[in-house]
Design a protein around this ligand. Structure first.
Ligand code: ADP
Length: 158
């Protein structure tokens, strides 16, 4: 089964890595698909996000990293993807994920979205929270890999 884990990953967090590893427990290979939409403002450029992911996953086998700027269902069709992985944290994720999964299914019925429940320690972890904390110079070492923490600190250095 060809699966992708799509997301913005601005930046990748330990929560994302947890979902990725859970995915690899079930599937032979997972492609991390980094989305790039010019209208969506991100702290890190698409190149930086991909670079960071490659750095922090270099010791994980069977993962690929790619980026895309179009419609997810088009990527899925073109690359004959049969499964999409997403992560669920609190109930608050459910509504959005439900809407996305059903909209995508409406456009393409040849793939399934598979949800992985986060580990309890990552329940409240999000890229936006990590950025806010880094901006305020808080300790984020348990939330993101070291390389990501350093890049965040550099971004917010006065
Ligand atoms: P998007 O903009 O597509 O939501 P994100 O990079 O924020 O991109 O998230 C990608 C996926 O990873 C989503 O399914 C999101 O729910 C999931 N995710 C993000 N943070 C966590 C976490 N701490 N634990 C589990 N899943 C997470």
């Amino acid at each position: 089964m060809k699966v992708i884990y799509p997301g913005t990953f601005d930046p990748i967090t330990n929560g994302h890595l947890d979902i990725l590893k859970r995915g690899l427990n079930l599937f032979e290979e997972v492609t991390l698909l980094v989305s790039f939409h010019p209208w969506k403002k991100t702290l890190f450029s698409i190149e930086e996000r991909v670079e960071m992911i490659k750095e922090v996953t270099k010791d994980i086998k069977n993962i690929k990293v790619e980026s895309y700027s179009g419609l997810l269902v088009d990527y899925i069709k073109k690359n004959k993807i049969t499964g999409v992985i997403r992560g669920l944290r609190a109930v608050s994720d459910f509504e959005y994920e439900f809407q996305m999964a059903l909209t995508n299914r409406e456009m393409n019925r040849d793939f399934e979205t598979i949800f992985f429940m986060t580990d309890i320690q990552y329940m409240y972890l999000s890229s936006s929270m990590v950025k806010e904390l880094a901006k305020l110079n808080a300790d984020i070492k348990n939330m993101v890999p070291k390389e990501v923490m350093e890049r965040l600190q550099n971004k917010y250095k006065a």
